[in-house]
Design a protein around this ligand. Structure first.
Ligand SMILES: C[S@@+](CC[C@H](N)C(=O)[O-])C[C@H]1O[C@@H](n2cnc3c(N)ncnc32)[C@H](O)[C@@H]1O
Length: 186
């Protein structure tokens, strides 16, 4: 039986760091950024979307009293998770595979905790585990950032929107590229 646990986002986030990183995405043209594909007005900053997805999935330490029984232990673990958020939201770290693997493991750990299992530690197994056990992230109003960031964190992403433009952008960013991953042009 799974126990309801609060998620980190329900208790605290390093908002100052997130708020600083969001506007910095707009400065200059950044290779690999969705704005280089199209400047869709409704898309939200990648940094805040990445932080929100991560913090919505990892457990708030005070909800895991078996592992973090004292306020001191909970605060230390919360600070550690905030540290991960702070590094995760930096644009220059967007494709840092070891950091992404760390973040994916934290998410897998929360998913596994719910079913009383231990999360795998091997990065490939973590990805497989998330694909099989973590619920898909669904953005019903998909400006383009949430599904992209969900995919970056190794999660299944689903997206829809009233406007065909963000739908097309999402197809171009998250649906088609994986189909051609690791294939050489002939
Ligand atoms: C602020 S944007 C969402 C940003 C987005 N979540 C992201 O990842 O960047 C709001 C989106 O909601 C869409 N929208 C507004 N009303 C809608 C409706 N009734 N059904 C579906 N999409 C809708 C708009 O077309 C717009 O793309």
């Amino acid at each position: 039986m799974s126990t309801h646990r609060k998620k980190l986002i329900e208790v605290s986030l390093p908002l100052e760091a997130i708020n600083q990183e969001g506007p910095s995405e707009k400065r200059g043209s950044k290779l690999g950024h969705p704005s280089t594909l199209h400047r869709y007005w409704a898309r939200r900053p990648l940094a805040s979307c990445r932080a929100c997805i991560f913090a919505s999935l990892v457990d708030e330490p005070s909800s895991c009293p078996d592992e973090f029984p004292t306020e001191g232990a909970q605060s230390a673990e919360r600070n550690r998770l905030h540290g991960t958020v702070r590094r995760l939201i930096r644009w220059k770290n967007s494709n840092d595979e070891s950091l992404l693997a760390e973040a994916r493991y934290e998410i897998a750990r929360a998913v596994a905790r719910d079913s009383g299992e231990a999360a795998p530690t091997n990065p490939d197994e973590v990805l497989r585990y998330l694909g099989e056990h973590c619920p898909a992230i669904y953005d019903a109003f998909c400006g383009g950032s949430i599904p992209l960031e969900a995919q970056r964190l190794g999660l299944r992403a689903r997206a829809s929107d009233l406007n065909p433009l963000p739908v097309l952008l999402n197809k171009a960013m998250i649906e088609l590229p994986p189909q051609f991953h690791n294939q050489m042009a002939t």
